[in-house]
Design a protein around this ligand. Structure first.
Ligand code: UDP
Length: 332
């Protein structure tokens, strides 16, 4: 299949691009390299461009005779979205809608979208079985990031009823880890994600990790998240592309169905690295739901998704290897 991958040089994008290429697909990566890394994708596949440049994208859709778009390019930080909603609505909604409409006009009938567990907002803890979160749970995002992703999911759904078009929205829980062979991994600037931050604190690259809130109503008072290995997450995109066709409306959680607290993440990094992590207990971060754990059985049942990494330790081991080999990320 001829596939355009926006944001394909980023963390989840680059792991997905590798699997698509390995699967024999003809992949064009479109990335502005603001967060993505040139070294993370084969040079001959990369087109450097910005999502706002819709004519550039349109040109690629036509000349590359694109059959499917996998759309990663987005602003992706929950706390940043609270401070800069304008950027999030513009990048994640306005530019994504432009792309979607060019897909329609150019007859691109398959679209895989990077959505997020943040679409759910606060799980309805009063309701029995509210956690793990099922795809049909109520969706009331508590931050602009989640709101922009949910709005675009809605546009996809409406398009799929009116046009010859099918989509898959993958609601990521917490992507983590690095490719098993250590070729690519996680490198964000600035880094905001827990596992790389804890590893940096373990290795002395930062003075400590600050725990954002210790007074949540969770077993140890810290937030609980469902960490899913980036290669398992990438595999979900490949499976989704295989299922898509006109009128298909697919929406899946991508998580392993098990939650770990911030303190458990820190303890796991200590166990894997043999190092001590300096910790500072801090206040809650804006926009953080206390618990986000996926009900992940729909993806397994319908697409045959079978994650290779089913516990946090196995995921952290791959992250640790990548960070030890690349202390300065792709720049090192
Ligand atoms: N977190 C933390 N300290 C940090 C970074 C993150 O305590 O320096 C917490 C954060 O509040 C959340 C969890 O770790 O509860 C995972 O955060 P991350 O930013 O990795 O992913 P998110 O869940 O926001 O997508």
């Amino acid at each position: 299949m001829r596939i355009l991958v926006t944001g394909g040089a980023g963390y989840i994008g680059s792991h997905t691009v590798r699997q698509l290429i390995a699967g024999g697909h003809d992949v064009t990566v479109f990335d502005n390299l603001r967060y993505g890394h040139r070294q993370a994708v084969p040079a001959e596949r990369l087109v450097v461009g910005d999502l706002r440049d819709i004519d550039h994208l349109d040109h690629l859709l036509v000349v590359e005779r694109v059959e499917a778009v996998v759309h990663f390019a987005a602003s992706t930080s929950v706390p940043e979205s609270v401070k800069a909603p304008a950027e999030y609505y513009t990048n994640n909604l306005v530019y994504s809608l432009q792309l979607l409409d060019r897909c329609r006009r150019n007859g691109v009938g398959k679209f895989v979208f990077s959505s997020t567990a943040a679409v759910y907002g606060l799980p309805d803890y009063g309701v029995p079985d509210a956690v793990p979160i099922r795809e049909d749970a109520k969706k009331v995002p508590v931050n602009p990031y989640g709101a922009t992703k949910l709005a675009f999911e809605r546009a996809l759904e409406d398009y799929s009823f009116a046009y010859p078009f099918g989509y898959c929205a993958l609601r990521y829980f917490n992507a983590a880890g690095a490719a098993e062979d250590g070729a690519i991994g996680e490198d964000h600037t600035p880094e905001t994600h827990l596992i790389p931050i804890v590893i940096q604190a373990a290795t002395g690259k930062r003075p400590h990790v600050e725990i954002f809130g210790t007074d949540y109503n969770t077993p140890d008072g810290t937030c609980v998240r469902d960490y899913v290995h980036v290669d398992d997450l990438a595999a979900a995109h490949v499976l989704a592309l295989g299922k898509l066709g006109p009128g298909k409306r697919l929406t899946y959680n991508v998580g392993i169905g098990r939650g770990y607290s911030v303190r458990e993440v820190i303890a796991t990094v200590e166990a894997v690295s043999g190092l001590t992590v300096p910790v500072k207990e801090g206040v809650r971060r804006d926009g953080d739901p206390p618990v986000l754990v996926a009900a992940a059985d729909r993806l397994r049942a319908e697409l045959g998704w079978a994650p290779k990494y089913t516990n946090l330790r196995a995921i952290v081991e791959t992250a640790w290897r990548w960070h030890k080999a690349h202390p300065d990320g792709f720049g090192g």
